[in-house]
Design a protein around this ligand. Structure first.
Ligand code: AMP
Length: 393
């Protein structure tokens, strides 16, 4: 059976999925797995599509010291236990820089180019590229495809792409890139099936509300604005990331508090957002279950910022025809959806409480001027599809 491996490599974990890619059909997910605790307490877990556990194995830190070793151990396990024929690998790569507006075959030249973007995403890009480099060395014959979180947004107009800085910074790459592009691309594709009129001509906001969170304005299915910018820190508050913050606060941290760049980075990426505000947790389920003032403030702030950013994106679109919820919180929290919908009533949004509680696809009433939808995202399937498209050409 020909399969595609989809890899999403982070600093201490590698998530992977295997898709059956029989010709002429949509890729079918067969295996979902992850290597966690790389370099500290490595543990490989994987399950079949139906949920059956296939492996749960711990390794010593020496055996699996880095992402490349984790990939090697995972592929050893796959080769020993599964009868797949690996034909290609699709990688999630956070940054495609100013140039890549679509996925690309990751050969040695492309890898060198993508390495130049590491300063633009120092926490993610080097980890995303490590498995590509390792496979190019050990399996040079294998087709590898890099799929970018930024690519879907590369058609933005200049006013959406620039910061109000001297032009030279834009030329060197300081731009509003936008992220979660694979999720938005998948959702835009689903809308073409479930709401074709809205997808083709509509003004749509998609809210990707997960541990990372952002929103995207889609005009006719194309991204025209995003709440994220140069990095995946901007815009909405997230599980542990601050979201939008006055740059003056960072100057204050540096000059008055003498905080080093690494300390500021840690604060903004790891200690802020829902976790920082609540003082309890980055997990929305825990916050919803708590009645502490911190949890209440964190949820209020989250909803408030979503509503503010929706106003901004509706202005970019010149109106609004549909609003789509996706990702962990967007797909699962009816309470957050109801509160966001109530805040958007001035745009003509009327939620249907029963449909919302039942997590239906369409959760607005027939009278609502704006269609409210829940569309579960699938970034890995999007990567598998892109990878398959290179196999067929
Ligand atoms: P993701 O990054 O898309 O996996 O989303 C993770 C986020 O979704 C976490 O904040 C979870 O708390 C949240 N989440 C998952 N399930 C639920 C749920 N049933 N209710 C509220 N939040 C949820």
């Amino acid at each position: 059976m020909d399969v595609v491996l989809v890899v999403n490599a982070g600093s201490s974990s590698v998530k992977f999925q295997i898709f059956d890619v029989a010709p002429g059909t949509e890729p079918q997910r067969l295996v979902k797995g992850q290597f966690e605790g790389i370099g500290t307490r490595p543990r490989l877990r994987a399950e079949a599509n139906g949920g059956t556990q296939l492996i749960d194995k711990s390794y010593s830190p020496d055996q699996v010291a880095d992402v490349a070793a984790a990939m090697a151990a995972a592929s050893d396990w796959l080769q020993e236990t599964q009868t797949f024929k690996l034909t290609a690998v699709g990688h999630r790569v956070v940054h495609g820089g100013p140039d890549y507006d679509r996925p690309v075959v990751a050969d040695v030249e492309v890898l060198a180019r993508l390495e130049r973007y590491c300063p633009l995403a120092p926490l993610h890009q080097p980890n995303n590229l490590a498995p590509i480099r390792s496979l190019l060395k050990h399996r040079p014959d294998l087709l590898q495809v890099a799929c970018f979180d930024t690519a879907f947004h590369r058609g933005h107009s200049a006013v959406a792409d620039y910061y109000a800085l001297p032009e030279s910074y834009h030329r060197e790459g300081v731009r509003r890139y936008g992220f979660h592009g694979l999720s938005y691309e998948y959702v835009a594709g689903r809308l073409r099936t479930v709401a074709p009129e809205i997808a083709s001509g509509g003004r749509v906001i998609v809210a990707h509300l997960g541990s990372g969170a952002s929103m995207c304005a889609l005009a006719g299915g194309k991204s025209i604005e995003s709440t994220m910018g140069f990095t995946a820190l901007d815009g909405l508050p997230m599980g542990t990331r601050s979201g939008q913050i006055d740059p003056g606060v960072l100057l204050y941290f540096m000059t008055e508090k003498a905080m080093a760049p690494a300390a500021i980075e840690n604060l903004l990426y790891q200690e802020s957002g829902l976790k920082g505000l609540s003082g309890i947790s980055n997990d929305m389920r825990e916050l919803e279950a708590s009645n502490s003032p911190g949890a209440t403030l964190a949820i209020d702030y989250f909803v408030h910022r979503i509503a503010l950013n929706a106003g901004m994106l509706a202005a970019a679109l010149g109106g609004l025809d549909a609003f789509v919820f996706t990702a962990g919180i967007g797909e699962n929290s009816s309470a957050i959806r109801a509160r966001v919908a109530a805040k958007l009533s001035w745009l003509g949004v009327i939620a249907d409480p029963a449909a919302n509680t039942a997590s239906k696809l369409l959760i607005s009433t027939p009278e609502s001027r704006v269609g409210l939808y829940i569309v579960p995202t699938d970034e890995e399937l999007m990567i598998a599809r892109h990878t398959l498209s290179f196999m067929r050409t």
